[in-house]
Design a protein around this ligand. Sequence first.
Ligand code: COA
Length: 152
Amino acid sequence: MNIRKLGVNEKAPMDLLLLADPSRTIVEGYLKRGECFVAESGGKLVGCYVLLPTRPETVELVNIAVAEAHQGKGIGKQLVMDAIQRARAQGYKTMEIGTGNSSIGQLALYQKCGFRIIGVDLDFFTRHYPEPIIENGIHCRDMIRLSLDLGH
Ligand code: COA
């Protein structure tokens, strides 16, 4: 699998990005300000992620997605580790991630990659997403904030 930065003239993989974030408006907003990376295997797009600088020395992994047929094979973990390496190489000191209170698998993945829970943005999803989101039988209302010290 090869992970590379999306070229300036290439179209962002919107279908994949919308798997991780159902709001096209929000996705288009951070695509303009951040950098999108794509993972390819055998000439096919299998995953992507978006890094967005937020505060001095801080970057946020605002989107990460693996194509449904390729999920559960370790690609998501490889993408998170790749994002960490790139952010560290670019001199960032902290990486942040936000995910839904209902995103049990994602919370497991990020903590397995070293992220710690640092806070909860109460009612983030109910305030910013018009349609209710239900995952694992849980209403997604709050954003769990996670952070990783990149150790510079
Ligand atoms: N309990 C414990 N561990 C769990 C788990 C659960 N319920 N669900 C997943 N995991 C673990 C896996 O076991 C694995 O850890 P391991 O390597 O120690 O076995 C790790 O989480 C991730 O597995 P991986 O195969 O790398 O994940 P993936 O390739 O399926 O990618 C996502 C993960 C989230 C990117 C992918 O499922 C996806 O694209 N989902 C839709 C989009 C999305 O929700 N994006 C994130 C928005 S916050």
